[in-house]
Design a protein around this ligand. Sequence first.
Ligand code: GAP
Length: 509
Amino acid sequence: MSDVKFKKIISHAKEYGFVFQSSEIYDGLSAVYDYGQNGVLLKNNIKEYWWKSMTQLNENIVGIDSAIFSHPTTWKASGHLEAFNDPLIDNKDSQKRYRADNLIEDYIQKVQKKLDKELEKNKKRFGECFNQETFMFTNEKAKKYNKEIDDLVSSLNKALKDENLDLLKEIIVSRNISCPVSGTKNWTDIKQFNLMFSTKFGASSETASNLYLRPETAQGIFLNYMNVQKSGRMKIPFGIAQIGKAFRNEIIARQFIFRMREFEQMEMQFFVKPGTQMEWYDHWKKNRMNWHLSLGLDEKNYRFHDHDKLAHYADAACDIEFNFPFGFKELEGIHSRTDFDLINHEKFSSKHIKYYDPKDDSKYTPYVVETSIGLDRMFLAIFSNSLSTELLDDGSERVVLKIPKILAPYQCAVLPLVKKDGLAEYAEELIKPLKLKFRILYDEKDAIGRRYRRQDALGTPFCLTVDYQTIDDKTITIRDRDSMKQTRIKVDELEKFLYKSFDISNWLK
Ligand code: GAP
């Protein structure tokens, strides 16, 4: 997808009240965004879809809402103070700052594109006789590109694993990687940069202590693990889910709501018996992919990416990647976090937080498998994938947001054909008993065709039109957003129709 298409997505989000640059009247705050009147509805619907799937479909998962502030020792114990760093590099000419690993990853993608192009060219040339495997082993160019990718990936992983900043810089210099803005290779040395925001806690400057804004919601779950287990009499395996804000002082903050400095996470920590973590890791990989697929976006948009470089706390990890407007990128992480966090909180707090397992009369620190998805990234995945421009039979174009119906900001719009002759009053009466049960918009401005277009652009799945026949025979027109087909049903059957269309159990089967 081109930059032009991505710009269209961003401007559509603004024009239709989904996402605004934060503090826009002061020229904005980099990588901070506000959700508008329609964006907040879409966001809430995504949250509800996730929350229900976690806490209502699974008897052994409960939810919490922990504070954003936590005791500063939390971040010593979790390792974030020491290890939550990104390698940053500056270009001296453009004064632009980059993540060194991202510069290398972008370069790898460029080589991959060259390889893909070569492949396509030869596929076309040889048609049915083309054998990809043989091609990869015999074609000189393909061999060269493949080797370059393999070498780069393994040096990058080694440099990140060993935190070897000199090696990282050497990769950039040896590959002649240049700054996308100035085009020069005039780089500074690479430094580690801690991503946590700090603030002061307390009224007077003498007694105030340093505090951090949480960079992940997970730690609030670990700190409450014992409280929930005891008060809920939870038996292992069990899970704790949470949705909440997280903050990271990201080095590069581009790509709209993909990488933000203030964002929201939907995380679930699943506490399991040591030794069973790989079983549960596989279980949650499948479960989370199925959750994504339940929304009906094309399967081709998703793929797993297993991590070679594991975070300081993990013994296995993968991402669910989504085909964003700028290519496949991480949407969700699934991590087997071992007992790293609980053991450390036990050590730093000197409190006993072992689990007593009545099944075999043993005591242990549970292992944890976590699923962690960025709410804003999920929003972007849905929004960018849903926006399209269609050429209609009469030669005109319509812009339509084909959001999965269950997530649409409004479920239907009620539109009187004209304002006069009692149609508007009829429509308003029709809405009254329904508006607490469904998300309904009422619109009487402009010609009906223009109102349909506006609802298409907002992603409203159904338009219900009250016309003269409605008054006569108590039937109403339902226009489907995606097919634009119109059908008539009895007004009495409307509530049943809406219940059926938006019954979450049909989606989260
Ligand atoms: N507790 C584990 C954890 O935080 P992560 O891979 O760093 O793992 C999980 O983050 C998810 O949070 C990511 O897959 C992504 O969807 C989202 N996320 C992370 N950083 C983000 C940012 N700066 N802006 C928006 N979403 C972000």
